[in-house]
Design a protein around this ligand. Structure first.
Ligand SMILES: [Fe+2]
Ligand SMILES: [Fe+2]
Length: 212
């Protein structure tokens, strides 16, 4: 359980607002709201942490590719070819390494993990990592077809009426659909696919098939 207070979150929100465009901030604020909604369903004692992670998740998204590369070089972050040719995934990595110096009061392992994996997912995602990943995909500012489809898929099933076990299975199925849509879109674009995304997807598909 984190010790973040409403005052800390309000200050953080104002802090990040000053570092990004209005459009990015609108998305960020909506991800915070969606993180709160998902947190209420799944991790009531981690809501404040999830909201803080939402506020920080895209803090470096508007940096230029060169700026990201410079941070990676400075911080000794090893980059693979998939990383270099999928620059949209850089910001999760650079945000994760910059949080301890820019926002030390929020630099918990769990929060940094949520930010680090919000774009690609990974094998062995924590529950909070899954929730931030999903919040970022389905926040209410998103109108892209796949996002709307995923949001409807998740909420139309009325997860609030489910048992805990059903709700966790529903989260898993929602994430599988999200990874399948992401992979399909990347294939269609002829873009590289992060091995972390494939690992995340395969792990959940196997879990589902094994009936766990
Ligand atoms: Fe992002
Ligand atoms: Fe985002």
């Amino acid at each position: 359980m984190s010790n973040f207070t409403e005052t800390m979150l309000a200050e953080l929100r104002e802090g990040v607002r000053r570092t990004m465009s209005e459009k990015r901030f609108r998305h960020t604020a909506e991800v915070e709201r969606m993180a709160e909604r998902l947190g209420t369903l799944y991790v009531p004692d981690q809501i404040m942490m999830l909201r803080a992670a939402a506020l920080l998740h895209d803090m470096t998204k508007e940096y230029s590719p060169d700026h990201h590369l410079m941070i990676c070089a400075q911080k000794n972050i090893p980059l693979t070819k998939e990383d270099v040719y999928a620059p949209k995934t850089f910001h999760a990595r650079t945000a994760a390494v910059l949080i301890p110096e820019k926002y030390p009061a929020f630099a918990t392992e769990e929060l940094i993990g949520c930010v680090r994996w919000h774009t690609t997912g990974r094998r062995g995602m924590t529950l909070c990592e899954k929730l931030l990943y999903l919040a970022d995909y389905i926040d209410l500012s998103r109108t892209f077809e796949d996002c709307v489809r995923l949001r409807n898929y998740f909420f139309d099933a009325s997860p609030e009426t489910m048992t805990e076990k059903e709700r966790l299975s529903h989260l898993r199925d929602t994430l599988i659909l999200s990874f399948d849509m992401t992979v399909s879109a990347l294939l269609f674009e002829g873009a590289p696919i992060s091995p972390d995304t494939l690992d995340a997807r395969n792990e959940l598909v196997i879990e589902k098939k094994a009936g766990r």
